[in-house]
Design a protein around this ligand. Structure first.
Ligand SMILES: Nc1ncnc2c1ncn2[C@@H]1O[C@H](COP(=O)(O)OP(=O)(O)OP(=O)(O)O)[C@@H](O)[C@H]1O
Ligand SMILES: [Mg+2]
Length: 267
């Protein structure tokens, strides 16, 4: 049975690449060789309940505590519910609100519908309207999260239209100068799936896959067969950098997201 350790808090100081932004999870930064590259688009992909939203909030929350401004755009989930969930992981969003803007699209959609303004209820799910909203509200942001992009696809008849719309979004985010994270879904029954539409991963500069469920075989190559962990994650790609390529275990705990792997992986 290999020794499974949590990465040590204090390690020998090593030179991280410049121009990186912490993911908010110390161990994950080590696996990525320094975190996300600044001003890039990063995808978190996983099934329902795998922790995508909590990963994103950890990213914004821990950076907000360090004074970095971030915006979280929730497309479908209720923002108050997210705040409550975060609190159960030890993240008191109220403490970070000075540097953390939460944009609640479900609430905005309701507002516009009630006002019967130029927007119809669904117009906020249009990628170009979202770009417009981001440009008007996020000029002073360093970090930005869109969680999730899946409902945005409903406005497009063909996947190619959605792909070009996402590409416009990527360009707009780059122009704005934000290090962005978007989330997408995978189905638990499709072990090889990387993203829902098979396009999000191509437009993204890094891809993190979250996996959840019962695993019949060891997907890490380092656990014993008898290990019954429920959650694993893997950096599928990170343009411009080496990174750890194998699966690592993660747990969602009252202290946040914790990553477990042999200490040799934390280079
Ligand atoms: N305080 C907690 N302690 C332990 N686990 C928790 C805690 N809070 C949430 N979780 C776990 O995290 C899961 C929810 O994570 P999250 O909302 O980030 O998932 P998600 O991938 O965004 O899901 P969806 O696709 O449905 O939005 C819960 O189903 C639960 O398993
Ligand atoms: Mg979610």
């Amino acid at each position: 049975m290999p020794i499974i350790t949590h990465a040590p808090k204090k390690r020998k100081k090593k030179t991280m690449h410049t121009g990186r932004v912490s993911t908010g999870i110390h161990e994950y930064d080590l696996l990525m060789n320094g975190g996300f590259f600044k001003d890039t688009l990063n995808l978190i992909s996983g099934p329902s309940g795998s922790g995508k939203t909590l990963f994103c909030m950890t990213y914004l929350y821990n950076n907000a505590l360090k004074g970095k401004n971030g915006a979280y755009i929730t497309i479908e989930e209720d923002a108050d519910q997210i705040r409550t969930n975060c609190l159960s992981l030890g993240m008191d969003i109220a403490k970070a609100e000075e540097h953390l803007l939460i944009m609640d699209i479900p609430k905005l959609r309701k507002f516009y519908t009630n006002k019967e303004e130029i927007y119809d209820e669904n117009s906020l799910l249009d990628v170009d309207n979202l770009i417009d909203l981001i440009k008007r509200n996020c000029q002073n942001m360093e970090l930005l999260v869109i969680d999730s992009i899946v409902p945005l696809s409903m406005r497009y008849k063909y996947v190619n239209e959605f792909r070009t719309a996402l590409f416009r979004l990527k360009l707009a985010l780059k122009e704005l100068g934000v290090t962005a994270v978007i989330t997408t879904e995978t189905k638990p029954g499709q072990p090889e799936a990387i993203s829902k539409f098979d396009i999000e991963d191509f437009i993204s500069d890094s891809v993190t896959i979250l996996k959840m469920g019962e695993f019949e075989k060891d997907i890490t190559n380092w656990y014993s067969d008898k290990h019954f962990s429920e959650r694993f994650m893997r950096i599928h790609k990170l343009r411009g950098s080496d990174h750890v390529k194998s699966y690592v275990e993660y747990r969602i705990t009252s202290d946040g997201i914790k990553i477990f792997a042999p200490s040799s992986l934390f280079r």
